[in-house]
Design a protein around this ligand. Structure first.
Ligand SMILES: C[S@@+](CC[C@H](N)C(=O)[O-])C[C@H]1O[C@@H](n2cnc3c(N)ncnc32)[C@H](O)[C@@H]1O
Length: 267
């Protein structure tokens, strides 16, 4: 899909008209090796397209920025950089819910399996008088109020993320987001991750009932993870107004569940 998007939609001629240096950012890169495969695939696709347009007469240089939280193990990332790489690399520490690069400096941004992390637990969930998530650690299987609090936090974060990227990415640049999502009209508790979070929550409640854990601590603990639906994403991109969606694809995670899942207490 990324290769197709680059071949069909990325105007490499116009992107490289001012300079032969193209900047790529991977947001939420972790320690590798996935980030290296992703970056190489992007570079290969851009180079192939460029070569077919210029007959090899105009060479591109690539600068790759690897971004993650400052606490990420950048040492491991940099010591495992592919030796044969044909790009310059740099680490950029900090949250992607903020501007990370100078204005109009990035040609291609990529983020894989990172944007489901919210910037924080929705505040309403920390208030016992508001959307208290009793006996659960996520919005899967929770009340509508809790689900809405998660959705509102995702909406806020995505607005901040898109605004920051809109400043950094050059006109005609491209951003590819791979996000653990949820098909339209499906509840989080129907997804494999939702089922897992519910089991985890129940196990913690069992420990509280046995007196091993404190119930209030479990009730106040919530995973800051949210899976958005295509409808939600499309609407947030539209509200933001800085980007247009060229292509969106959904893989239904429920296809990984082959049999109905049953679990009885004590098993
Ligand atoms: C599951 S890993 C994905 C790693 C890699 N992109 C991949 O596809 O395998 C998620 C990464 O996102 C990073 N991350 C989460 N929230 C972030 C934020 N607000 N800013 C920067 N990185 C973030 C985490 O630290 C983690 O390294």
């Amino acid at each position: 899909m990324i290769k197709e998007a680059i071949v069909e939609k990325l105007d490499t001629k116009s992107l490289s008209s001012a300079s032969n240096r193209l900047c790529i950012a991977d947001l939420g890169c972790s320690v590798g090796p996935n980030t290296f495969f992703a970056v190489q695939n992007i570079i290969d696709a851009i180079e192939n397209k460029h070569k077919s347009e210029y007959d090899g007469s105009h060479k591109l240089e690539f600068q790759v920025f690897f971004n993650d939280h400052a606490s990420n193990d950048f040492n491991t990332l940099f010591t495992s950089l592919p030796l044969e790489r044909q790009y310059f690399s740099a680490g950029v520490p900090g949250t992607f819910y903020d501007q990370l690069f100078p204005s109009s400096s990035i040609h291609f941004a990529h983020s894989s399996y990172s944007l489901h992390w919210l910037s924080k637990v929705p505040e309403k969930l920390l208030d016992q008088n508001s959307s208290w998530n009793k006996g659960k650690i996520h919005c899967a299987g929770a009340s509508d109020e809790v689900v809405n609090a998660y959705a509102a936090q995702f909406e806020k974060d995505m607005g901040i993320f898109l605004n920051a990227r809109a400043k950094e990415i050059v006109p005609e640049g491209m951003i590819v987001l791979i996000i653990p999502g949820i098909p339209d009209e499906v509840h989080p508790s129907e997804l494999p991750a939702g089922i897992l979070f519910n089991f985890l929550g129940s196990s913690l409640v069992d420990r509280a009932n046995e007196g091993i854990l404190n119930e209030a601590q479990i009730d106040s603990f919530n995973l800051p993870i949210y899976s958005a639906s295509p409808k939600e994403m499309a609407s947030l991109v539209k509200i933001n107004g800085c980007f247009s969606i060229e292509s969106m694809e959904v893989t239904d995670p429920r296809s990984k569940i082959h049999d109905p899942m049953k679990c009885s207490k004590g098993l």
